[in-house]
Design a protein around this ligand. Structure first.
Ligand SMILES: NCC(=O)CCC(=O)O
Ligand SMILES: [Mg+2]
Length: 331
């Protein structure tokens, strides 16, 4: 087939007016594209602003319920919860993750009680609970043990599911944990609890502010390169995704987001399954720093970066800008 060429063909013609641009848009953003990560802290009526994430706070459970209502009213379908565990409840084995009355479980129950029609995604990994800030159990040399960690992750997943979590999202990058968690969920009567696998999670420099938010930055010794992926690799991301899908993941995630759009596009092309991205704390902080420096307009930067995820093939995005973006789109 041959196309017309200039001047019969002018690609600027459909761009000339707003109505026509709207009609020709290949992708659209809506509040339903967003999952809102929120940080829970102890107490009543407590808001703790996070310096490294201007505009983001930790909220106590009672105020978290207010955030959940705002999210629902703005059309956001799902929240992702992260606990800032009190230092005295952190230990080498992170056993607080298994406590059915821990901060996470109390937050899940309170939100499900007050706002039953919003989804709750819970992160599975031990880093908010360990005294060393690593995602799993360590051997004497400080290596993160794979199979022993999986036993803890199963317990953590079942604990969250019992509290009412709708989507279990293992972010630990242990080999084989998706299959083990799926099997345990089936056995314990949680057949409808989904798994969103953090399949391609990279050992990234963009997680710094998150570690402040969950209180693990000062604790973490070394790095996470023995389990998170090398930013040099993309074939390996396809293998990670293939394994997680074989093991029973309902959806997969690529993390961080914007520096890894190529991975998102490859995963979507190769597997045609629901792919989500995590626009992580360092990405949020970079946008806010640009805005503070007068280098860009917040609303435009936020919507353009979120649209990029849709264009790359994402079903949705975990983003700290979720409420702001959803309200912009709602008008
Ligand atoms: N498991 C969740 C994260 O590590 C979040 C990272 C971030 O927002 O920087
Ligand atoms: Mg894996």
């Amino acid at each position: 087939m041959t196309y017309a060429s200039y001047p019969a063909l002018r690609l600027r013609r459909p761009r000339a007016s707003a109505w026509s641009r709207a009609m020709h848009a290949e992708n659209r953003l809506s509040p339903a594209d967003f999952i809102w990560p929120l940080f829970v802290t102890e107490g009543q009526g407590v808001e703790e602003p996070i310096a490294a994430l201007p505009g983001v706070s930790r909220w106590s459970v009672d105020l978290m319920v207010q955030r959940a209502k705002e999210a629902r009213d703005a059309g956001i379908p799902c929240l992702a919860l992260f606990p800032n565990t009190q230092p005295e409840r952190r230990s080498d084995d992170g056993v607080e993750a298994l406590n059915s009355d821990n901060l996470m479980c109390r937050a899940i129950r309170a939100i499900k009680d007050a706002v039953p029609d919003i989804g709750i995604l819970t992160d599975v990994a031990l880093d908010p609970y360990t005294a060393h800030g690593q995602d799993g159990l360590l051997d004497e040399a400080g290596y993160v043990l794979n199979d022993a960690t999986i036993d803890m992750l199963i317990g953590q997943s079942l604990n969250q599911a019992a509290a009412g979590a709708d989507i279990i999202a293992p972010s630990d990058m242990m080999d084989g944990r998706i299959g083990a968690i799926r099997e345990a969920l089936e056995e314990e009567g949680h057949a409808n609890v989904q798994i969103m696998a953090y399949s391609a999670k990279y050992a990234s420099a963009f997680y710094g502010p998150f570690r402040d938010a969950v209180g693990s930055r000062g604790l973490l010794k070394g790095d996470k390169k023995s389990y998170q992926m090398d930013p040099a690799n993309s074939e390996e991301a396809l293998r990670e995704v293939a394994l997680d899908l074989e093991e029973g993941a309902d959806s997969v995630m690529v993390k961080p987001g914007l520096p890894y759009l190529d991975i998102i596009a490859r995963v979507k092309d190769a597997f045609a399954v629901p792919v989500f991205a995590y626009q992580v704390s360092g990405e949020y902080a970079m946008i806010e720093a640009a805005v503070a420096a007068g280098a860009g307009d917040r609303d435009a930067l936020v919507l353009e970066t979120l649209m990029a995820f849709k264009r790359a093939g994402c079903s949705g995005v975990l983003t700290y800008h979720a409420l702001h973006a959803a309200r912009l789109l709602h008008g």
